[in-house]
Design a protein around this ligand. Structure first.
Ligand SMILES: [Zn+2]
Ligand SMILES: [Zn+2]
Length: 559
């Protein structure tokens, strides 16, 4: 590869997460050495049919696979670690993360059969180490997941801080507060550039502590006549701990429901990061024997994901759990844009079953608090670090733009603020900072059922089927004579109600018959040709009659 960046300058290259929600991934390149910060996924828009996750285009690191010295993970959320299995397929580099992050990573890699081959190395606060020309220090900061933090990279041109996702929570449930001292210490030594989380720049003030939900959960648990069912992200250990503590106080047994919830609670229990008194936990299969007022459930699926435990409980198709009148259901999560319909539909079902549903509707005390710092916390980060250059990260374009304004209103940034999007390259040396040549970036669509990349063509086809449906003409052709044994049958799905258009199907059958009649015997004998002719004749027919273009898939049965 020709252009690997001249030595003497540092290049910051966001492959994702700037100007878009999720898919956070940033490279720092000095000479020929690269470190990767985070490898996240994005969850797809509903129109990406059958696509489960979106990852960044990895072409840039694929071309420089031998230059990647390390992958550094700020924390264990999917939008920071989800693309790791796909990245490790391309490059072979050690992965650094904190204990809990690595535990989640290990579980994820196991699903991909990659846990054995990966080189996972634990990273601890206040324990700097070197990778290539970079010195790396992990700085613990609070967030909605435990063991999260910022990264300080000491590079040959100066110190660069990547904030990860953070808030400054004064009372986290694990007692581990943000390490403001180390941030301030770096600020005193002089920071060349700060890359800081912009997610909540639109919110004034400070984000409430993770403990903020405790009061409301306690109220609900004290008053509920039946079960209390709390749905949150399966990485929300703060919240799981709060529910465990309250369950104990309110004499309710605690049960974790859903695959990811079960797995993550097991991991956290084993690591001693979730503290649950003996005898408190109940197995899902034992719930039937427990009085409803003696149980509290923590359930995966707060976004209404169709196959999740919460969605299945809502439609009464879960193996162990039902919801009944007198039960209280808490959706303890924000509505991620794009998930509104799925979540509200799930709530409707829960209400229909007679449950009462609490969700983040703005009422206080809240059932959910954000994991990202609000405006004053973002200002505090700027003021502690007082960087020469500032780059807002993790946010849609308007959030990055707002964060830039915030930085420019204050006096913390002595040099310049850069508004970058994924693919923009910032180059820095000891003299200045400037925009380099852009690199190609993009989205890669993954179908997790098959773990395969889904091409644009396939998406186009899926979109067409979803709009105009599918028509399958079935022909039983005699192998010897090449003639139809029985009249062609036509099956249609998502196209038009057959009762409404009996004539249409009849005429379609005639089109098929005429096409076969006009064909030479060899053509009919060659199924490929026969299918093509039928497909184009029917396409023309439906287009003329209805102006519709369903997908047409002729099937030939040799009899
Ligand atoms: Zn994030
Ligand atoms: Zn996060």
């Amino acid at each position: 590869m020709a252009n690997t960046g001249a030595s003497g300058k540092l290049r910051a290259i966001p492959l994702g997460g700037l100007g878009e929600f999720g898919m956070n991934m940033m490279l720092f390149e000095y000479g020929e050495d690269i470190v990767v910060v985070d490898c996240g996924v994005m969850f797809p828009e509903p129109e990406l049919l059958g696509v489960d996750i979106v990852i960044p285009d990895l072409a840039y690191i694929r071309d420089r696979r031998d230059h990647v010295r390390a992958i550094l993970l700020t924390h264990g959320h999917e939008d920071h670690i989800g693309a790791l299995p796909y990245v490790l397929e391309e490059i072979d580099a050690p992965v650094y993360g904190t204990a809990f992050t690595l535990a989640l990573v290990r579980a994820r890699l196991e699903e991909h059969g990659m846990a054995e081959s990966a080189d996972l190395r634990e990273m601890k606060p206040s324990a700097p180490f070197a990778v290539g020309p970079f010195g790396v220090e992990f700085i613990h900061l609070t967030h909605s997941i435990i063991d999260s933090g910022a990264l300080a990279l000491t590079t040959p041109v100066g110190i660069v801080i990547h904030s990860g996702d953070f808030k400054f929570d004064p009372t986290p449930t694990d007692g581990r507060t943000s390490d403001l001292h180390t941030l301030a210490e770096y600020g005193r030594r002089g920071v060349l550039a700060l890359f800081s989380d912009s997610t909540n720049v639109e919110r004034p003030g400070m984000t409430p502590s993770e403990r903020g939900v405790r009061e409301r959960f306690a109220e609900i648990m004290a008053e509920a006549r039946g079960r209390v069912v709390i749905s949150c992200f399966s990485t929300s250990l703060h919240r799981m701990q709060i529910v465990a503590d309250l369950a104990h106080e309110h004499h309710r047994r605690l049960c974790f429901i859903g695959r990811s919830m079960h797995r993550n609670s097991e991991i956290a229990l084993q690591m001693g990061r979730l503290r649950v008194p003996a005898g408190l936990l109940a197995a899902p299969e034992d719930l039937g024997q427990l009085a409803r007022e003696h149980a509290v459930l923590v359930v995966a699926g707060s976004q209404g994901e169709p196959m999740s435990a919460m969605a299945r409980i809502a439609v009464d198709s879960h193996r162990w759990v039902t919801v009944e009148p007198g039960d209280e259901v808490v959706i303890s999560a924000r509505v991620i844009p794009g998930n509104e319909k799925a979540i509200f539909r799930m709530m409707d079902h829960l209400y229909r079953r007679g449950a009462h549903v609490h969700y983040a509707d703005g009422s206080t005390p809240p059932v959910h608090v954000s994991g990202h710092g609000s405006l004053e916390e973002l200002r505090l980060m700027l003021n502690l670090l007082r960087p020469k250059y500032f780059v807002p990260i993790h946010g849609e374009y308007r959030q990055l733009a707002r964060h830039k304004e915030v930085a420019e209103e204050g006096s913390a940034v002595s040099g310049k603020t850069f508004l970058l999007e994924s693919g923009d390259v910032l180059e820095l040396d000891s003299v200045g900072a400037w925009l380099g040549e852009q690199i190609p970036v993009g989205h890669v669509y993954i179908d997790t059922g098959s773990l395969e990349e889904v091409g644009e063509m396939i998406l186009k086809e899926r979109r067409r089927i979803s709009e105009d449906g599918i028509v399958v003409p079935i022909l039983a052709i005699n192998k010897q004579s090449g003639h139809l044994e029985v009249p062609p049958e036509i099956v249609a799905r998502g196209f038009i109600a057959l009762e409404e258009a009996p004539d249409l199907m009849e005429s379609a059958r005639e089109v098929v018959l005429k096409t076969l009649e006009k064909s030479k015997l060899e053509e009919v004998g060659d199924w490929g040709v026969a299918k093509d002719k039928i497909r184009s004749a029917l396409r023309k027919h439906f287009d003329q009659e209805l102006g519709k273009r369903p997908m047409i898939l002729p099937v030939v049965l040799e009899v």
